[in-house]
Ligand binder design. Structure first.
Ligand SMILES: Nc1ncnc2c1ncn2[C@@H]1O[C@H](COP(=O)(O)OP(=O)(O)OP(=O)(O)O)[C@@H](O)[C@H]1O
Ligand SMILES: [Mg+2]
Length: 225
């Protein structure tokens, strides 16, 4: 059970906009064992989201390596990478990113667009996931008819649609009041208990205090606790 969910070696990411270069990551090496509840913390603008994007293969590093479940993703083609991402990783973002014209049920079902699951079974699976996050009575609600916490729980249901082992969440409670944050965190802890690897970027000291592993990013490098 010592296998790693995620690992990086000497990760660098430099963004270039015109003549301006930003070194967002400057040599990050880390290892997150499977089933870990991990938090990424650090000041604003210091590279947390960038690191999350690299871990989830949403973007490629300038230098260094990322391993997802022991696979070096640098060697994969874009389509192989997209397939790996769809199968293995669920994302939750700070601003929910739900499709506004779709109902909660349709938002979750849409995530299964490229899955192997039979079309006829997808809505049933979406209902199960919404039940799991406590939204059995909101299948037909559109995002603007839901509270922030409810929208974020739809986003979590959507992230789970393809049964990922790894959940990457960028400030999943950043826009929620404390009650909604507690609801969302209860869902997240339940998923951790089911064995998922959870990586959360957070500014909340309370959430970080519950983590098994805390990764502190400062100025694009990791600092010891
Ligand atoms: N697409 C991009 N193009 C150019 N620069 C970028 C891009 N994304 C991020 N940056 C820069 O890289 C640095 C790290 O940004 P990042 O988003 O990783 O910070 P963060 O730690 O997530 O901050 P916050 O807590 O505010 O979300 C910042 O200086 C930012 O301006
Ligand atoms: Mg960020």
């Amino acid at each position: 059970m010592n296998k790693l969910a995620l690992r990086t070696e000497g990760l660098h990411k430099t963004y270039q906009r015109g003549r301006i270069k930003t070194q967002a990551l400057r040599g990050v090496s880390l290892a997150i064992p499977r089933g870990t509840f991990c938090c990424i913390v650090g000041p604003s603008g210091h590279g947390k989201s960038t690191l999350m994007h690299m871990l989830g293969a949403l973007d490629r590093p300038t230098a260094g390596q990322v391993f997802i479940e022991d696979q070096d993703i640098g060697s994969l083609s874009s389509s192989a990478l997209a397939a790996l991402r769809a199968r293995r990783i669920g994302f939750v973002f700070q601003f929910f990113n739900l499709l506004p014209n779709l109902t909660a049920l349709e938002n979750v079902t849409a995530a299964m667009m490229f899955s192997n699951r039979e079309k006829a079974q997808r809505a049933g699976r979406a209902r199960e996931l919404l039940d799991l996050v406590g939204l059995s009575d909101k299948y037909k609600a559109r995002p603007n008819e839901l509270s922030g916490g409810q929208q974020q729980r739809v986003a979590i249901a959507r992230a789970l649609a393809n049964e990922p082992d790894i959940l990457l969440m960028d400030e999943p409670t950043g826009n929620l009041d404390s009650e909604a944050e507690a609801e969302v965190m209860a869902n997240i802890e339940q998923l951790h208990q089911q064995g998922k690897t959870i990586v959360i970027v957070t500014h909340s000291a309370e959430i970080a205090a519950r983590a098994q592993q805390v990764i502190r990013v400062k100025d694009g490098v990791l600092v010891k606790e």
